[in-house]
Design a protein around this ligand. Structure first.
Ligand code: ZN
Length: 310
């Protein structure tokens, strides 16, 4: 059964999803989700579908009456048990059985606008994953900016966002269009997709104006003199390719150079900054500090097999 064929709002939802999904300033690899809701139902990106190529098939449709009950229900205090209960309630509220709605569905549901576009754009996370995220956010976007402190994804984050939205409504007597999540990303919501596009482009231009240094990536390796990529890449590539031959690419800039210089500098980037880094690059990385091609290859030969076993 199709609930939304010929619905112009769903065509708009697909349009805006693909619009941002195809733009690497907003979506790298994956990360993020979109939704449209009316009084009774919400269409939200299902897990496993990609924004860039999404069609109506890529959305799960949920019963909002059931979702609304989840906002007031008392769940277990045990994290694992609670997330299981929440998952089951989400599945129960899903009309399009077999499609798993995003874990962020409840957040989409409580925002009182028709369209919600939640993304993890690089420029936004440059701010949201910075040490003084909140103060800098207020400086750039004013005191009214709705900022949510870091919380692990799941029901607890949803409750926190829900509380923040309620406090915002009480204080300003309006619905927030933008919600900033520390170490995570941003929600932009409005009743039309044109408004969403305007809000996102304003945000991106404010952010890019505030960036004073641009670290353009090069394919040189390293920046000056010394070791060249061609000397070690084929060997490293073989070490990383078990059954299938992998692709290996080199990227460098002043920032990479700084972090590659010493194990001390590497400590600052030993942990991932954003949720997308964890999903697409995992949480642990290898740093090779040999001075010569031979030393690097020897180190790689020892480190890579150990890393794979961890
Ligand atoms: Zn997210």
């Amino acid at each position: 059964m199709k609930y939304f064929s010929k619905m112009k709002e769903i065509e708009q939802l697909i349009e805006i999803s693909q619009f941002y999904g195809k733009d690497s300033r907003f979506v790298i690899a994956g990360g993020g989700n979109t939704s449209y809701k009316n009084q009774e139902r919400i269409w939200v990106k299902a897990s496993g579908s990609s924004l860039a190529t999404i069609t109506e098939d890529g959305f799960a449709v949920l019963d909002r009456e059931k979702l609304n009950l989840m906002s007031v229900k008392v769940y277990s205090t045990d994290t694992t048990e609670r997330e299981e209960q929440v998952k089951n309630d989400l599945a129960d509220a899903t009309i399009t059985k077999g499609k798993r709605p995003s874990v962020e569905t409840s957040m989409h549901n409580v925002i009182d606008y028709a369209f919600v576009v939640h993304l993890h754009p690089t420029a936004v996370n440059g701010l949201m994953c910075a040490q003084n995220a909140e103060t800098d956010l207020m400086k750039l976007f004013g005191e009214k900016a709705l900022y949510v402190e870091y919380t692990d994804p799941g029901y607890v984050l949803f409750k926190k966002v829900d509380d923040k939205i309620k406090a915002f409504r009480a204080k300003y007597n309006e619905e927030p269009n933008v919600i900033w999540l520390k170490n995570h990303g941003i929600f932009v919501a409005a009743d039309t997709i044109e408004e969403i596009k305007n809000i996102y482009s304003e945000i991106l231009s404010t952010l890019s104006e505030s960036v004073t240094t641009n670290h353009h990536l090069t394919e040189e390796f390293p920046l000056e003199g010394g070791l060249r990529g061609v000397e070690i890449l084929p060997a490293i590539r073989m070490m990383l390719s078990a059954n299938v031959l992998k692709t290996i690419k080199v990227r460098n800039n002043e920032l990479v150079k700084y972090f590659s210089e010493s194990p001390e500098n590497q400590r600052d980037i030993a942990r991932p900054f954003t949720p997308d880094a964890i999903v697409y690059c995992k949480s642990n990385y290898i740093f090779l500090n040999g001075e010569t091609p031979e030393a690097i290859l020897e180190e790689a030969g020892k480190t890579i097999p150990v890393f794979k076993m961890q």
